[in-house]
Ligand binder design. Structure first.
Ligand SMILES: Nc1nc2c(c(=O)[nH]1)N[C@H]1C(S)=C(S)[C@@H](COP(=O)(O)O)O[C@H]1N2
Ligand SMILES: [Mo]
Length: 301
């Protein structure tokens, strides 16, 4: 049992002060990040390492269970009940397990991890998430030898989630990873951001972050993780297989059929939001490119 100590987290005010300080010195914020518990993540993207302000992270969201406008999640999720909540890990496992959020939070040290989130729509934010490697949790269920993929299922609750009353996507929201992607240390189970509880609109109480893939791979409000033998069909693949493949690695050389993926708009960077070139694997190539050696990433988009 290890609980996060107050001294281990940095309140937003201090972040913002440090950021102003760094700005004044004309330094890159990467120098401020390396002291934190973060896994090299942001270093690979050398451009624009400034943290996105909390007000943008918590008001400009994609969470179709609450509606398709960017403002819907913050406006419609405030009364969403995130407790009691439990997560079941089952399928091809030796030991099916169900844990409450508190059990999960008390089982693993919660670290700060600063990762860029790149939405397939062409915008990005740099977010100080709080969480731990998903692998730690998956190991508890000990997958058997048939397990090749992992399927994530978000909560289904149309009474509380107005978007689920419409067939925008097939509900509940489902996503998937290959088992080695799921076990990669960068793949993070998120419980908070900016040292605070995770806001409902960002996927409380438990959401995934897969830093090298487009944002939609990172399911919110997860209730089930299933080890499976066959590649799962995600909600986005089902909705539009031509546009959304299983892998969905951030790749500036593979355009979305309706728009280029070569660059991204950095949310919150001035009135016009600066555009920067998008990096392969969202800047995390050093850590993850080896997962795809020998694969044609244009075919396996
Ligand atoms: N359950 C669920 N998870 C989801 C989504 C969603 O609509 N429902 N949207 C995805 C998309 S498209 C993105 S870009 C990110 C946005 O995360 P954020 O709002 O925390 O920035 O969440 C992803 N996870
Ligand atoms: Mo997205």
């Amino acid at each position: 049992m290890k609980k996060i100590k107050f001294s281990e987290i940095t309140p937003e005010k201090i972040y913002l002060k440090r950021r102003d300080f760094i700005k004044k010195l004309g330094l890159s914020t990467s120098s401020l990040m390396v002291g934190q518990n973060f896994l090299n993540g942001a270093k690979a993207s050398t451009q624009n390492l400034e943290l996105t302000e909390y007000r943008y992270i918590s008001t400009y969201n994609n969470y179709y269970e609450f509606g398709t406008r960017k403002s819907d999640p913050v406006e419609k999720s405030q009364n969403f009940k995130t407790s009691p909540w439990s997560l079941t890990i089952d399928g091809e496992v030796k030991k099916k397990i169900t844990l409450t959020v508190d059990e999960i939070k008390n089982s693993f040290p919660i670290e700060e991890r600063i990762y860029r989130l790149r939405c397939v729509e062409g915008w990005s934010m740099i977010i100080p998430w709080m969480g731990f490697s998903l692998s730690k949790l998956l190991e508890k269920a000990s997958p058997n030898s048939k397990a090749k993929f992992v399927e994530f299922t978000s909560v289904y609750d149309p009474e509380q989630m107005p978007g689920q009353r419409y067939p925008i996507l097939q509900w509940p929201y489902k996503e998937g990873l290959r088992i080695d992607e799921a076990m990669h240390p960068l793949t993070t189970m998120v419980t908070g951001l900016y040292g605070k509880e995770l806001p409902n609109q960002n996927g409380a109480p438990l959401r995934l972050i897969v830093p090298w893939k487009y944002g939609f791979k990172s399911a919110k409000a997860i209730v089930n993780i299933k080890f499976v033998e066959r590649m799962p069909t995600s909600s986005w693949m089902r909705a539009s297989p031509r546009e959304y493949g299983f892998y969905s690695n951030v790749n500036p050389r593979v355009d979305h059929p309706r728009w280029s993926q070569a660059s991204e708009r950095v949310i919150g960077s001035g009135i016009l939001s600066e555009r920067i070139p998008t990096a392969i694997f969202n800047g995390y190539g050093e850590e993850v490119a080896n997962l795809y050696s020998g694969m044609d990433l244009k075919k396996n988009f």
